[in-house]
Ligand binder design. Structure first.
Ligand SMILES: Nc1nc2c(ncn2[C@@H]2O[C@H](COP(=O)(O)OP(=O)(O)O)[C@@H](O)[C@H]2O)c(=O)[nH]1
Ligand SMILES: [Mg+2]
Length: 174
């Protein structure tokens, strides 16, 4: 089975763990439990390319170990409250792994307070950006779809069936 490694990078409370949990279990948790240990979760999907595994690493903010974790792609989580911290973490990672694919997400977008600023200084044209919400499921599957298409080289690749663990049809919603 084809497998790609993905690192979730972002400041405190940018929605990394919730996003991953939502994909893994289908649940959304309201309480904030800070992530303390760098760990990985396996997400498997049926796709037009066959069964695909994403090994997703969730980063604790105050631990430098993520810098040693070589991954195929990074999903970089920003919010209105926490973007400088995210950029610092991302810059440090890119310095060591300059060729990694980076997808930018603006998390907690269901709050939309203040509204999303397309011209934000950390949003660059060379990086794909999505507003996402682990709560409302908005654009929920898009970062993974972008990574699948970029890394496989097949720009039409799609998730053709349900997430085999949660049995939710999340990829067809947006
Ligand atoms: N409204 C809203 N709250 C969210 C969303 N994602 C996460 N949260 C909340 O934000 C807090 C931090 O989320 P968490 O995923 O632990 O952030 P992390 O530190 O980046 O892992 C928790 O209280 C979550 O319930 C979202 O998409 N919308
Ligand atoms: Mg976390």
């Amino acid at each position: 089975m084809q497998s790609y490694t993905i690192l979730l990078i972002g400041g405190h409370g940018t929605g990394k763990t919730s996003f991953l949990e939502r994909h893994k279990t289908g649940d959304f948790k309201k309480e904030y439990v800070p992530t303390l240990i760098l760990g990985s979760t396996s997400l498997k999907f049926h796709t037009s390319l066959g069964l695909l595994n994403f090994e997703v690493f969730d980063c604790p903010v105050d631990d430098q170990k993520y810098l040693e974790q070589k991954c195929d792609a990074v999903i970089s989580f920003y919010t209105n409250e926490s973007h400088d911290q995210t950029q610092k973490l991302l810059d440090a990672y890119i310095k060591i792994h300059p060729d990694v694919l980076v997808v930018t997400v603006w998390g907690l977008c269901d709050k939309n307070d203040p509204p999303f600023d397309k011209g934000h200084k950390y949003l660059t044209k060379d990086k794909q950006t999505y507003q996402v919400s682990g709560k409302s499921l908005y654009n929920y599957g898009k970062p993974f779809q972008h990574i699948m298409r970029s890394l496989s080289g097949d720009k039409t690749a799609t998730f053709v069936f349900k997430n085999i663990e949660t049995l939710t049809d999340i990829f067809c919603q947006n």
